[in-house]
Write a protein that binds this ligand. Structure first.
Ligand SMILES: Cc1ncc(COP(=O)(O)O)c(C=O)c1O
Length: 393
């Protein structure tokens, strides 16, 4: 209960709630077989190693990777992007070369590339947005055709607008020009079936905490041949083949990229979350989210003074809706909704360039997941109407 009202949690784009199955699995790990992985020859260490590697295999099956060796455990999407920028990027992006991004990226898919561009003297090139929150395809084509770009990096689903980008088509075009493609799947893998082989992306990343898993665990997928060419990102234990005083050799991927003791409990918890989501079915989850988003879009759209950002057709977007009510500041809106037990996000959503494009400093964002209901959307809409009366919109 929040402020005497049942909690309506509409902020799953930030992080998802955890099913009891995941929490129980974490407890079971810590109470029954807590041990380091890949190091011990005793029973519980072998058990922990098997569970950790089984989680890797579950992830590979979830996104249809060719092999579990293409799955690297990281802290989250942010770390996956930094890893690729500093390992693959430093080796492959040179002076005057280009990195193509979009104006709807999360800061975590902008800043690591800015750091790389500064280090290497490379250029960032942005694909612009239409007024209703779609990528301007022509911008993309022009950047590609100018040549000299090494990488395209784009979000699969916008964390602000809910736009689902046609990544498959973009990847095909980028590959024709010899560009590698990184897909930020933080907002898609938790909510819809994603098939990396069908998409043919070179890299893809997502975070466990947005898909009912623990915090501090995430995934970098990359094609095997690319990973094999990449130097380590972090140095330390368990990522080496041999260490001498002045030089060392590396293990094969994925271990080359998993230095030190990793988040073992997190990986096992994520494996359990994948079991949970797979039982529900990713296609069913997508339909559920989209139905609720469509309902929310229709109902909020009827409230006087509400402006919704992003695709006008709710059927083409994911379960994320950003809006403003008249001149009411998003933080005031979120505080008022909180009085009614409704949790939404307000602010720039780690997407300041997108806010600039929209011409606002902030929005209120409501996002749905497996546990949300139409009744909660009704409560949101009533509360937004109340805000309209309070703030005299
Ligand atoms: C599209 C997108 N990319 C990247 C991230 C960063 O994810 P994390 O903070 O889990 O690393 C987020 C988180 O909100 C996101 O929505």
């Amino acid at each position: 209960m929040i402020n005497g009202k049942p909690l309506a949690y509409l902020d799953s784009a930030a992080t998802a709630q955890k099913p009891v199955e995941v929490i129980d699995e974490l407890t079971r790990f810590y109470t029954e077989y807590n041990a380091n992985v890949h190091r011990g020859v005793y029973k519980i260490s072998e058990e922990a190693t098997a569970a950790y590697e089984e989680a890797r295999a579950k992830i590979a099956r979830l996104i249809n990777a060719n092999s579990p060796t293409e799955i690297i455990f990281v802290r989250g999407t942010t770390e996956a992007i930094n890893l690729v920028a500093q390992s693959w990027g430093r080796m492959n992006v040179g002076l005057g070369e280009g990195i193509i991004l979009t104006e709807m990226e999360h800061h975590s898919n902008i800043v690591p590339w800015q750091l790389l561009a500064k280090q290497k003297g490379a250029h960032l090139k942005y694909v612009g947005l239409t007024d209703d929150g779609h990528l301007v395809h022509e911008d993309f084509r022009q950047h590609l055709e100018l040549g000299g770009s090494k990488l395209v990096t784009m979000t699969h689903v916008s964390n602000v607008l809910g736009t689902i980008n046609p990544v498959r088509e973009y990847i095909r075009e980028a590959h024709k020009q010899g560009c590698r493609v990184f897909v930020d799947a933080a907002q898609s893998v938790p909510h819809m079936p994603v098939d990396v082989q069908d998409m043919d992306c070179d890299f893809l990343a997502f975070s466990g905490h947005k898909m009912c898993g623990p915090t501090g665990i995430g995934v970098l997928y990359a094609k095997k041949a690319i990973l094999e060419e990449m130097p380590p990102y972090h140095g330390g234990g368990e990522m080496i083949r041999e260490v001498h005083l002045y030089e060392s050799t590396w293990r094969d991927p994925p271990y080359r990229f998993e230095a030190g003791t990793t988040n073992i409990a997190g990986a096992i918890g994520l494996g359990k979350a994948i079991d949970y989501l797979s039982e529900l079915g990713l296609r069913n989850i997508q339909l559920h989210d989209q139905e609720l988003a469509e309902y929310m879009h229709d109902m909020l759209g009827k409230v006087r003074g509400v402006k919704i950002y992003g695709p006008a057709n709710p059927r083409t977007k994911a379960g994320v809706i950003s809006f403003n009510l008249g001149d009411v500041h998003a933080h005031d809106m979120a505080s008022l909704l909180d009085e009614d037990g409704i949790a939404v996000r307000s602010g720039h959503h780690c997407a300041q360039p997108l806010m600039d494009r929209l011409g606002v400093s902030s929005t209120t964002r409501a996002s749905v997941y497996i546990y949300n209901t139409e009744d909660e959307i009704d409560r949101l809409v009533e509360s937004v109407e109340r805000a309209g009366r309070v703030f005299k919109v």
